[in-house]
Design a protein around this ligand. Structure first.
Ligand code: FEO
Ligand code: CA
Ligand code: CA
Ligand code: CA
Length: 577
C-alpha cells in the first residue's frame, strides 16, 4: 500500500552506514564535490598552493585554514539565483602540526610561520557558479576577498568609543583591527554576513592577573594561550596591550557585495564566546538574533533590534544592528522560558555591581547575565529559527563538567558527553516577547548505552553525538552537524530529521567525514538543491609527516586540507529526497 501524507517522510534518502574512516561518504545517489581547499588561489594572480614554499604573502591570496561557517548569497543581490553567488567562509583556527613540515607546535613557530598562521585566519569571500553538476570558483571576480586578523574594522553600538576600549590598536576605542577565532554565523536578509568571534582568549599571551581587566578576563574564561602570536606582536600580549581582549568576542557584520567595505563589530549583541548568530525577521519587522555562548555552563542570548527591517531599501538596514536590546535565557523546569533584558540601570545592573553604563554591561555580558539568574547550559552552539514553523532550535553540544547536583529540566544529564537539542517558541509567534515555551527535542547519544530521547523507532545506526551546527532545508527539516561524535566511537557527519509529526527526532545519517575532522556549515541554497558543508581539521590529532588521512587530495606530497564541499543529488532533486 502507500502511506498517507502525514505518514510519508520528506527524508527518503538511504542513510549512510560509514565504512571508510579516511574518506568522505555521502548518501547513495548524491555526490559531494570538493569546491575549495586550504591554500587554493582566490585571485587570477594568486600562486598555487605549495606547502614547502608557503609564505604569508601567498596565504593572503589563498583560501584560509579550518573552514567553519559557510554561507551563500545570490548574485546579483536580491535575485533568486541558486547557481551563482558569493560564498562566505570562516577560517576559525589552524593546526600548525598539520600545516608545516616538521609538525611544529604553536609555541615552536618561527616568525615567518607565525605570519602564515595569522594570514590563514579570518574569512574568505569568493564568487562561485555552477555549470551542470560542477561548481567552480570565479578567480577573476572583483568580489573575492580575504579578511584576516589584520583587516581594519570598526566597533559600533553602545560600547564603541568607551574608555575601556582605548588600546594599543585603538586611540578612540572605535577603530579596531581584524577578526579571528570566527566560528559560525549567518547571512542577513539585507545581504550581509554575521560572524561570531569565539575562543578569542586563546590568542593572548601575558599574565592577566594584575591587569585592570583581570576580573573581566577571569569571567571570560581565560585559558592558557594556544597561540604565541604575542611573541612577535605586542597587540597579542596582554602585558603590552592590557585592553586587547576587550576588542574580541563580538559579532562582526560584513558586507560581501562591497569588497572595500569596513567590517563592523556589533557591540549591542554582547561580548562572550560567540559561537555564531542567527537572524529572524519578526512579524513587526524588527530583527531578532539568537546567539549561543559556547562554553560549559554558559548562556543563550537574543538581541532585538530597535529599528525595523525595510525589505525595499537595502541601505536602510545596514546599521540596523547598532541599536537594540540584549536578553539572556532563563529556562524554568515547568516549560516556560523567560528572556531577561540586559539593560544598564535595571535590576542589579548598576554602580553597586560595578556597571557604570550600558557599555560596561556589554563588555561584561557574562557577569551581567550571572546577576540576572540566567540558566547555565550544556555549551550552546548554533541557535537557529526554523522558518517553516517559527520555532527556535538550540544545539547544546555537551558538558562533561555538569554534576548530579547541577541538573535541571533543560540540562538533565550529568557528565553530559553527547549533548541535546532544545526547541523554544513564543506562543503567539512574536519573537520579541519576554516569555516563551520550551521543550526537549532530542537527547543525543547511543540508545543502547545512554539515557537518550529520540523517535522510538530510531534504527541503531541513526544515533548521533555532540550536535554543533544546524540548518533547515526548505521543507523545515532539521540538519545537524556534529563535533565530538568520534569520542563516542562513530565518525562525525551530518544527520537530518523532521521536526514534527510521525517522524519527529527520527535522525538519519546523510554524511560521514574523515578521521579527525569536524563537520561545519551546513548551508542550503534556497531551492534546497545545493548543500554546502565545511570539513574542518581533517586528521587532527596526528601530524604533517604521518597524517591519519590525506583527504581530500590523497597525495603523498600534500598534507590533509580543510575544505568546503558542495553536495547535489545525481538527478538534480531536492537534498534529502
Ligand atoms: Fe567553534 Fe563552538 O565551536
Ligand atoms: Ca561550532
Ligand atoms: Ca546554522
Ligand atoms: Ca564545537
Amino acid at each position: 500500500g502507500y502511506s498517507t501524507l502525514e505518514n510519508s517522510s520528506s527524508l527518503t534518502f538511504s542513510p549512510v552506514n560509514p565504512t571508510a574512516h579516511n574518506q568522505l561518504q555521502v548518501a547513495k545517489d548524491y555526490q559531494s564535490q570538493v569546491l575549495i581547499r586550504w591554500g587554493d588561489p582566490l585571485f587570477n594572480e594568486a600562486p598555487e598552493f605549495d606547502p614547502l614554499t608557503q609564505t604569508a604573502a601567498k596565504q593572503k591570496q589563498q583560501f584560509g585554514y579550518n573552514n567553519d561557517y559557510v554561507g551563500f548569497l545570490p548574485l546579483p543581490f536580491g535575485s533568486e539565483q541558486t547557481d551563482h553567488g558569493l560564498l562566505m567562509v570562516n577560517h576559525e583556527y589552524t593546526n600548525p602540526e598539520l600545516m608545516f613540515p616538521g609538525s611544529p607546535s604553536d609555541a615552536e613557530l618561527t616568525q615567518d610561520q607565525t605570519d602564515i598562521d595569522i594570514a590563514a585566519h579570518g574569512l574568505s569571500i569568493i564568487e562561485i557558479k555552477r555549470e551542470g553538476n560542477q561548481w567552480e570558483v570565479v578567480k577573476s571576480s572583483p568580489y573575492n576577498r580575504r579578511i584576516t586578523p589584520e583587516t581594519p574594522m570598526n566597533l559600533t553600538g553602545a560600547a564603541a568609543g568607551h574608555e575601556r576600549l582605548k588600546s594599543l590598536i585603538s586611540k578612540e576605542g572605535v577603530e579596531t583591527i581584524g577578526t579571528f577565532s570566527n566560528c559560525s554565523g549567518c547571512v542577513t536578509p539585507w545581504g550581509t554576513l554575521l560572524t561570531g568571534e569565539e575562543n578569542v582568549d586563546e590568542y593572548f599571551l601575558g599574565d592577566h592577573t594584575q591587569l585592570p581587566e583581570a576580573k573581566n578576563y577571569e569571567r571570560f574564561g581565560m585559558s592558557e594561550s594556544r597561540k604565541h602570536w604575542g611573541d612577535f606582536y605586542d597587540r597579542w600580549n596582554l602585558e603590552k596591550n592590557p585592553q586587547g581582549l576587550l576588542h574580541s568576542g563580538w559579532i562582526v557584520e560584513i558586507d560581501p557585495y562591497n569588497p572595500h567595505s569596513i567590517p563592523k563589530k556589533r557591540t549591542g549583541l554582547g561580548r562572550f564566546k560567540h559561537e555564531g548568530a542567527n537572524i529572524f525577521i519578526n512579524k513587526d519587522k524588527r530583527a531578532v538574533i539568537y546567539c549561543g555562548d559556547d562554553q560549559q555552563f554558559e548562556y543563550i542570548y537574543k538581541f532585538v533590534s530597535k529599528g525595523k527591517y525595510d525589505d525595499s531599501n537595502r541601505q536602510a538596514n545596514m546599521d540596523l544592528l547598532t541599536e537594540g536590546t540584549l536578553y539572556v535565557a532563563h529556562f524554568l523546569d515547568n516549560g516556560t522560558l523567560k528572556w531577561l533584558p540586559l539593560i544598564y540601570g535595571q535590576g542589579p545592573l548598576n554602580k553597586d555591581n560595578g556597571f557604570g553604563s550600558q557599555a560596561d554591561v556589554l563588555l561584561d555580558t557574562r557577569r551581567a547575565a550571572d546577576l540576572l539568574g540566567a540558566t547555565p547550559m550544556d555549551r550552546p552552539e548554533d541557535v537557529e529559527v526554523n522558518p517553516s514553523n517559527g520555532k527556535v532550535y538550540a544545539m547544546l553540544t555537551n558538558n562533561s563538567g555538569r554534576t548530579e547536583h547541577q541538573l535541571d529540566a533543560a540540562n538533565p544529564r550529568a557528565h553530559n558527553q553527547h549533548g541535546q537539542i532544545i526547541e523554544f517558541w513564543p506562543e503567539d509567534g512574536d519573537h520579541t516577547k519576554n516569555v516563551f515555551q520550551w521543550e526537549l527535542f532530542l537527547l543525543a547519544g547511543n540508545p543502547e548505552q545512554d539515557i537518550t530521547l529520540y523517535h522510538p523507532d530510531l534504527p541503531q545506526e541513526g544515533w548521533l553525538s555532540c550536535p554543533d551546527n544546524c540548518a533547515f532545508d526548505p521543507l523545515g527539516n532539521l540538519w545537524i552537524a556534529t563535533d565530538g561524535a568520534e569520542n563516542a566511537g562513530i565518525p562525525e557527519g551530518l544527520w537530518a530529521t523532521e521536526v514534527s509529526g510521525k517522524h519527529r527526532a527520527l535522525t538519519k545519517r546523510f554524511m560521514a567525514i574523515p578521521k579527525g575532522a569536524e563537520m561545519c556549515g551546513p548551508f542550503f541554497t534556497k531551492d534546497g538543491k545545493n548543500l554546502f558543508c565545511s570539513v574542518q581539521h581533517p586528521a587532527s590529532g596526528s601530524t604533517y609527516e604521518t597524517p591519519s588521512t590525506r583527504w581530500p587530495d590523497f597525495s603523498n606530497t600534500l598534507p590533509p586540507r580543510p575544505a568546503v564541499v558542495v553536495t547535489r543529488n545525481n538527478h538534480g532533486k531536492r537534498i534529502g529526497s
